[in-house]
Ligand binder design. Structure first.
Ligand code: ZN
Ligand code: ZN
Length: 277
């Protein structure tokens, strides 16, 4: 039987493609939403070299973004950890095309980018670098032989897949939910759950009504206090991976992790698409 709705949608999509062809958000060439070249040049983070505590790139030995466990201040006092989660991993640095992917997805309703963000978060959970194995080798665009450079030997970080009991997305604020009409991280969490096989628990709610991006750091902290809570009748499991699009100061994810830890969760780790540093 003919499905007229389906035919209408296909014709409308083809018509729109003719008038406004899809352009790459990286280089603006018509064709794919993110062309192969731009996909291959994403600012991805090698998880083996990143700070295991906050996900900052190249911070595995010394991190400039967070105090190392046990580090002391100038008065030899232990510096309190700013995070209530134990570890964080990010797929990319928040710069260049990565920035555009996130702003197109969040602010321009470009939902076709969700699989890319979900793939990044899934790779971070598995301890892999996004796009591993699909990057063009340095030889293809570099005539200088690279054999003289010995690659750093490193152990790939452990996968969190067998550790985690569930993934929990950071919930959208009521205001953002009203503006977009959908919870942008819930869509991504569903895709991460499908690709990793991890259970998705949408167990957090937030009373935050102000866009965090418009606030100063002091206002943010105040706004976040008590803003997250576990939904009544939901009991999050012991080991939870919180997922979000961007990790900036870690204040939002820390507040959300605290709500889980006040409930039935014992440890929270964080996986995000992009790290601001
Ligand atoms: Zn491109
Ligand atoms: Zn760090």
């Amino acid at each position: 039987m003919l499905d007229f709705n389906h035919i209408f949608r296909s014709v409308a999509t083809a018509f729109a493609e003719t008038i406004w062809p899809t352009r790459c958000i990286g280089c603006d060439l018509p064709g794919a939403l993110l062309c192969k070249n731009c996909l291959g040049s994403l600012e991805t983070i090698n998880p083996a070299l990143a700070c295991p505590r906050c996900g900052a790139p190249n911070g595995w030995l010394v991190c400039t973004e967070c105090p190392a466990p046990g580090s002391l201040d100038t008065h030899e006092e232990p510096i309190p950890t700013p995070f209530s989660f134990t570890q964080a991993r990010a797929a990319c640095s928040y710069e260049g095309i990565v920035k555009r992917i996130i702003s197109s997805y969040k602010d321009k309703d470009e939902l076709r980018l969700a699989p890319i963000i979900a793939a990044g978060i899934s790779a971070a959970i598995a301890g892999r670098q996004l796009g591993e194995g699909m990057r063009p080798s340095a030889r293809t665009d570099n005539s200088v032989a690279c054999d003289a450079i010995t690659p750093i030997a490193y152990e790939p970080p452990e996968s969190w897949l067998s550790w985690a009991d569930a993934i929990v997305p950071i919930p959208a604020s009521p205001k953002a939910l009203k503006r977009r009409g959908y919870d942008h991280m819930l869509i991504i969490a569903e895709q991460v759950s499908n690709s990793t096989g991890l259970q998705l628990m949408h167990c957090l709610s937030t009373g935050t009504t102000v866009d965090q991006r418009l606030l100063s750091s002091t206002e943010r902290k105040h706004n976040l206090e008590e803003s997250f809570s576990v939904k009544p009748s939901m009991a999050p499991p012991a080991h939870v991976i919180l997922i979000d699009d961007v990790l900036t100061t870690g204040a939002t994810t820390s507040a959300a992790a605290s709500a889980l830890l006040k409930s039935s969760t014992q440890e929270v780790r964080v996986a995000v698409f992009a790290r601001v540093w």
